[in-house]
Design a protein around this ligand. Structure first.
Ligand SMILES: [Zn+2]
Length: 304
């Protein structure tokens, strides 16, 4: 995860993801300039939102009624972790686990500002303690263990708290013989601010998932825009079933980094849900409105 992206994430107040490049498209000349600060247009703030998929200005309420999906092009917008739980679980059934876990700053890390200050600012801005929310709830009357990462908290990167919460989630699912759902929205991968402690979370969560699998558990991993880096390289790719939302950016390193490293023209649509479905990495693309019923169906099909 680059410093630049972290800075952008914490500076962004709106709930919009970085624009997703259309499949294989090169940015047109002058496009970056067009994305600079625009003059205010006298529209009440928060009522309208620009779609990152088609560029249309959308009445926010209309998109919200469609679970934050663009009514014009079907692009799936950002959804906060709390909202995800609300969308996915039966009303009033969510019960949070390990909500008291808070990040520490073991390295005394600082980039543009001290990590300790960054944590406080992110917590205030997002209302989350860290980038993951975990707990239990019902999906169409089936009890599940459910975890969500939130890309608005330091790019949804996996530090010690995200890793620990997910590990405990998996362990509780193992003990309680519950189906496990993890929805990934992590553009950041491992959280560099916590150094090796962040990196080891990949192995820790993966090991817990291996034990869960040996115990016969069903893990459904849902990949959403964006799922990158150490998150994509660990638990997000380990589902018995891997679902993805349409047109999500999913991969390890970003396309620009890969292109600069291997100096090869990348295939069209590289790192999108559709490309990964075609190449066997994703089992099914599920639009957000169908996610709940598809998960319920998969649980039944796999024998609860
Ligand atoms: Zn759109």
């Amino acid at each position: 995860m680059s410093m630049e992206r972290t800075r952008q994430a914490s500076a962004t107040e709106t709930a919009v993801q970085p624009p997703l490049q259309p499949a294989g498209a090169k940015p047109a000349a002058g496009e970056h300039a067009a994305r600079g600060p625009r003059p205010k247009r006298g529209v009440p703030e928060g009522l309208w939102q620009k779609c990152d998929g088609c560029g249309a200005t959308i009445y926010r309420k209309e998109a919200e009624e469609l679970l934050n999906v663009c009514p014009q092009c079907g692009f799936h917008w950002y959804v906060s972790a709390a909202k995800r739980m609300e969308q996915l679980l039966d009303a009033g059934t969510f019960e949070e686990w390990d909500g008291d876990l808070k990040p520490a700053d073991p390295l005394g890390f600082r980039d543009k500002k001290p990590y300790a200050d960054r944590i406080v600012a992110e917590q205030k801005r997002t209302g989350l303690k860290d980038a993951a929310l975990t707990g239990t709830g019902m999906i169409r009357a089936r009890r599940v263990a459910c975890g969500v990462t939130d890309s608005s908290f330091i790019m949804g990167s996996m530090g010690s708290v995200v890793g620990e919460r997910l590990t405990r989630l998996v362990e509780r699912a193992t003990a309680g013989r519950l189906p496990l759902i993890i929805i990934s929205a992590s553009g950041g991968g491992a959280r560099m601010h916590e150094g090796i402690l962040s990196l080891m979370q990949m192995a820790k969560v993966s090991a817990a998932l291996a034990r869960y699998s040996q115990a016969g558990g069903l893990f459904i991993s849902v990949l959403t825009n964006p799922t990158m880096g150490g998150v994509a390289a660990s638990f997000a790719s380990l589902g018995d079933l891997c679902f993805a939302e349409p047109r999500a950016l999913i991969g390890f390193a970003g396309p620009r980094t890969i292109k600069a490293t291997i100096r090869v023209e990348l295939p069209k649509g590289f790192q999108t849900s559709e490309f990964l479905l075609e190449h066997g990495f994703v089992d099914r693309i599920v639009p957000r409105k169908d996610l709940k019923s598809e998960i319920a169906r998969a649980i039944d099909y796999c024998g609860g």
